[in-house]
Design a protein around this ligand. Sequence first.
Ligand code: PSV
Ligand code: MN
Length: 428
Amino acid sequence: MNISSETIANSNQTLLKNHQQQFDFLAEQLGQNGVEVEAVIERLRRFQVTVPSWALGTGGTRFGRFAIGGEPRDVLEKIQDVGLLHLLSGSNGAISLHIPWDQNNDYIAVQQLAQQHQIRFDAINSNTFQDQPGQKHSYKFGSLSHTQTEVRQQAIEHHLEVIKTGEKLGCKALTLWLGDGSNFPGQVNFQKALERTEASMQEIYAHLPADWQLLVEYKPFEPAFYSMVIPDWGTALMVCQALGEQAKVLVDLGHHLPNANIEQIVARLLGVNRLGGFHFNDAHYADDDLTTGAIKPYRLFLIFCELVNGVTQVDNFANGQLAWMIDASHNTKDPLEDLLQATEGIMIAYAQALLIDQSALAAAQENNEVVQAQEILQAAFRTDVRPLVAEARYRNQASLNPLHLFRTLGVRQALIKARGNVSRATGL
Ligand code: PSV
Ligand code: MN
């Protein structure tokens, strides 16, 4: 389905008066508090959140799946859907592919379509957590950590293929999430499993193009329920430090045990220049794949505070050298609507963090002014910044209200008409 810029402009026209009033009111208030509103809007305009190719179809649980219809059937249709999201939000200018789910035999056509939609390719993902049809060795008992050399070799070669695919698309990072682990005490030797994994990763790292990053993602449980080979940020950091400077840690918000202080983990990784990027989502328990900002918006805000508080890398943050991706799955919602909500949640948290008076906060911290420090953070968090985010979208020629436009244009119905009711996205 195509949405023209004229359609967006017409729809914005009907919402403009109301928006303008809200924006002017907020901008004046913020200005009086010393916030440089124009600078904040410019940073919001530049900020782009990558859409994962695997989140464009309906997800599910191991108990079942409720298909929505009109799902993208291949990588080309996935790019079209991200193009649509980007038109509406102005903030989804990249896609993250997962191989082999998104394999295609004409990457030139894939490239061209992405260019047409002004979409770039963010980190490319490997998959050794599933067996593929015709695959020689099974990953049932692990891949890069497997006890048998030939299984490890097959997993290494898969990663080298993924890098080659990524090079064709202009990717600059490989994300490696390892599903290896064990289900019962005694099943694996913890130390040997990690040693074998590191040795396998050395071989992958040796083939990493010089301008690429290897993003190492950790996860405490699932698919394995007793131990994972890379369960936490500490192990991921150890692995990265053993590999070299191009290896960085990827923080998936859902990959922590309940109540973990993720914002502190972010600060630690930033401090040693090993933060590679994010998989944004939200969780009530762990890896629930819920919409970013839907459950713990204050935590999301605190994470953004660490990112913008000047510890380091503020420029990288602005120019997109870190990978900012959503990683969620939608069981009951329209995936595209959910991605719009997630993008808005991320932009809101970022905008709120940008309101913080960094020098006042630093002074409160230095002087142990506990109450004052908390006031500074909460004043920012309690500001309704939606008009700022909408203004950034408007200036990016995107929609003032993406979700509303998505619905009034009947996008899902049009997709079902074009692709059918039983179309199924490739992926899990
Ligand atoms: C694993 O749970 C994960 O977060 C990794 O990023 C995977 O690549 C992705 O989900 C898709 O299964
Ligand atoms: Mn993830």
